[in-house]
Design a protein around this ligand. Structure first.
Ligand code: ZN
Length: 453
């Protein structure tokens, strides 16, 4: 029969540890606790937490009592109680000696930190916090500690980059940005930093060695000038591409501008007609022509207002109602419909894999947009003309837009989920952890080959 000490050690899943005693008690809110008193064995009591080296003690007599949370055992809160002391590491100076069960500075066991990180990858942070009985901020700290342990040398992600994507993603409702660099060949995030713009991107390039810079062949991103400037400055031989989904976004913005303008005009017309029609109570009578006209104008304005989704979707994905709405626009509002077709033809040509065909289509599109007499599309024409070569590069190099967009959306989702971490580093660590090939180990089981859906 296993002794209680062995049972405690097995529960805690630790090595190099001596269990001194164990006891149950009931906490203030009636929760049962199992308090296990433990210490590192004599061989490991003076280990440095950073390099693992055995070091001379620094202030051995002045011990400091500390409690660590472990994973619950059948709903019972498990705690380790132990003394800490400081050591003097030749490399890391005077630091608190390591304990075999926890990461440096943590008040939780390693298994606890890793389990929180594993859960945070799949379920909402609030659910993780509630299930593990910790607060939100602690979830972020557990993630950061786990990442530090699983990947001590993150700079290796910068080795052998060939095709990279640069993107800025907003958080805190568009007031703050982080810059994210993706390796398109592995679909992993290789670098994240708080802020955006040229100065931030320069930090990335400066972190690379000459060899690392030399391996980069393709850089994708949106149309930002500062990206092109950095590419020209640091990797002049590299191909600059524009992510097609950004180009589609520009076209969508232009289309929405037209829709808003048309809606405002239709609304103004409806208001004007309503003023002309004498006000009467009840239903509009069929022989009251002025009131009928005002009603029809109001309906038309409302149709334009509600057409955002119909105009934004690809034709093959339209619902029946959206198709009817689009047909109405085609019949009544030639300018808005022209804007819609301009957006659609740009989206379609970006999907082309034949660069000669795409070049001809783009030439035609530019002519069409410049003659469209729609100010928003004239601006778009200027923008597309500026990025013509970058767009054609993307098609020529066969970069999969769907994949790039999927990675981009994944990052945006993580950031949205992680927003609320007051600590930006925690948020960035979450991005590093999820957008990588790191598999978080769970206690007492083999690494899973498949991710849960
Ligand atoms: Zn050390």
């Amino acid at each position: 029969m296993a002794s209680a000490d062995t049972l405690c050690k097995k529960l805690l899943n630790v090595k190099h540890t001596v269990v001194e005693s164990h006891d149950f008690y009931t906490g203030a809110n009636g929760v049962a606790h199992l308090r296990i008193k433990a210490r590192p064995n004599a061989w490991h009591q003076d280990d440095c937490p950073f390099c693992g080296r055995r070091c001379p003690g620094y202030d051995h007599p002045a011990k400091h009592r500390k409690i660590w949370r472990g994973l619950d055992f059948g709903g019972i809160l498990v705690e380790i109680e132990g003394d800490t002391h400081r050591i003097r590491c030749p490399e890391h100076g005077v630091v608190t000696a390591a304990v075999p069960w926890a990461y440096p500075g943590s008040s939780f066991t390693k298994d606890f930190d890793l389990t929180v990180a594993w859960l945070a990858e799949y379920i909402p942070r609030s659910a993780v916090a509630s299930f593990m009985r910790i607060d939100w901020q602690t979830v972020g700290n557990c993630i950061s500690r786990s990442l530090q342990d699983l990947e001590p040398e993150r700079s290796r992600r910068l080795d052998g980059l060939v095709r990279i994507g640069i993107d800025e993603t907003s958080y805190r409702k568009g007031h703050k940005y982080i810059t994210v660099i993706v390796n398109h060949d592995t679909n992993t995030v290789v670098w994240v930093a708080d802020g955006h713009g040229k100065s931030v991107l320069e930090q990335f390039y400066r972190a690379l060695s000459d060899k690392q810079l030399a391996s980069i062949e393709v850089v994708t991103g949106d149309g930002a000038r500062w990206i092109t400037d950095c590419v020209n400055e640091f990797t002049p031989n590299c191909e600059r591409c524009v992510d097609p989904f950004h180009v589609v976004e520009w076209a969508m913005d232009a289309l929405d501008q037209v829709r808003k303008d048309r809606w405002r005009a239709a609304y103004a017309k409806a208001s004007e007609l309503a003023k002309e029609a004498p006000k009467k109570r009840g239903r509009v009578r069929s022989d009251d022509r002025a009131a009928q006209k005002a009603l029809a104008a109001r309906k038309e304005a409302s149709e334009i207002k509600k057409s955002t989704y119909a105009l934004g979707k690809a034709p093959e994905n339209l619902t029946d109602n959206q198709r009817i709405r689009l047909e109405m626009i085609q019949a009544r509002d030639p300018q808005l419909y022209r804007a819609y077709r301009l957006k659609e033809s740009l989206r379609t040509l970006l999907k082309s894999s034949d660069v000669d065909q795409a070049e001809a289509d783009l030439k035609h599109w530019l002519w069409w947009a410049s003659h469209s007499r729609i100010p928003a599309f004239h601006d778009l024409y200027e923008k597309i003309k500026r990025h013509r070569e970058h767009i054609l590069n993307t098609i020529r190099l066969g970069l999969s837009n769907a994949r790039i967009e999927a990675t981009n959306n994944k990052i945006k989702l993580i950031i949205r989920k992680a927003y609320g971490f007051r600590n930006i580093q925690n948020m960035m660590d979450m991005v590093y952890l999820v957008c990588s090939d790191i598999r978080i180990p769970l206690p007492n089981r083999k690494p899973m080959l498949e991710e849960p859906a």
